[in-house]
Design a protein around this ligand. Structure first.
Ligand code: CA
Length: 224
C-alpha cells in the first residue's frame, strides 16, 4: 500500500517514513503543502498522513482542495495538542481521521490499517480467503492453520491482493502500490514475486487462491 506523508519537521518525517517502510508500505514524503498537494493529485495513493501546520499551504487547504477536485484518498490529519478547532474543521473538510501530536507510532499504524479497511470490503484486521489468514496487524500469514513465512515484499504483495480480494489487479497497479516505480520499472518483477507467493501459498494445496487473468493481471479469490 502506498502512503503520502506531508510533514515539514524533517526528523519526524524521516522517523515516520522509516517506520512505515518497515511495515511494508511504500512511502512518498512532501515537506510543504504545495508539494503535498501536487503529490496527492498525481500519485496513486492508498492513504495520506497530512500535518496541518505546513509551509506554503496549510494542511486544511490541501485537504479542501483535494476534496473539491473529487480526490477522495483517505486522509489522517496530524494536529497539535488541544487544537480542537483544527480537529473539527478537519473532519468537516473531509478528513477521515486525525491524530494528535505527539503520538505513539503504533497508533498511527492502527489508524492507517483502519482507513485501508474502510476503502475496501475488508472489515477486520485479519483478512480471510478460504483457509488463508492474513493478520494485517502482526503480518502473520497462515494457510490451513499452518504459519507461512513471507519476506517483507512478498507480504506487501499478498496484503495488497487481499485488500482487493475478488478483484483483478493489474501489474501496473501492483508496481504503483507496492514498489516505487523508479526502483522497479520492469513489471516482470511482479510475475517473479507472484511466483514466489504461489510457491508458498498455493503449491502444497489443491485449492488455488492466486489466479492469473490473462491480459489483465491477478486476482486473489476463493473459487477456481
Ligand atoms: Ca508542521
Amino acid at each position: 500500500m502506498r502512503i503520502l506523508l506531508v510533514e515539514d519537521e524533517k526528523d519526524l518525517a524521516y522517523i515516520i517514513k522509516q517506520g512505515l517502510e518497515e511495515e511494508g508500505y511504500v512511502v512518498d514524503v512532501a515537506h510543504d503543502g504545495e508539494e503535498g498537494l501536487y503529490m496527492a493529485e498525481t500519485f496513486p495513493l492508498d492513504a495520506i498522513v497530512l500535518d496541518i501546520m505546513l509551509p506554503l499551504m496549510d494542511g486544511l487547504t490541501v485537504l479542501s482542495t483535494l476534496r473539491k477536485k473529487g480526490i477522495m484518498t483517505p486522509v489522517i490529519l496530524l494536529t497539535a495538542r488541544d487544537a480542537l478547532l483544527d480537529k473539527i474543521k478537519g473532519l468537516d473538510t473531509g478528513a477521515d481521521d486525525y491524530l494528535t501530536k505527539p503520538f505513539v507510532f503504533e497508533e498511527l499504524l492502527a489508524r492507517i490499517r483502519s482507513l485501508l479497511r474502510r476503502k475496501t470490503t475488508v472489515k477486520e484486521a485479519i483478512i480471510r480467503i478460504a483457509d488463508l489468514e492474513i493478520d494485517t496487524a502482526s503480518h502473520e500469514v497462515k494457510r490451513g492453520g499452518k504459519p507461512i513465512n513471507l519476506s517483507a515484499r512478498e507480504y506487501a504483495l499478498l496484503e495488497y491482493l487481499a485488500y482487493e480480494k475478488g478483484k483483478v489487479v493489474s501489474r501496473t497497479d501492483i508496481v504503483e502500490h507496492i514498489y516505487h516505480e523508479e526502483a522497479d520499472m520492469d513489471s516482470n518483477v511482479v510475475d517473479v514475486y507472484i511466483n514466489y507467493l504461489r510457491n508458498k501459498i498455493d503449491k502444497d494445496f489443491s485449492h488455488k487462491l492466486i489466479h492469473t487473468v490473462r491480459g489483465a493481471g491477478y486476482i486473489l479469490k476463493d473459487e477456481e
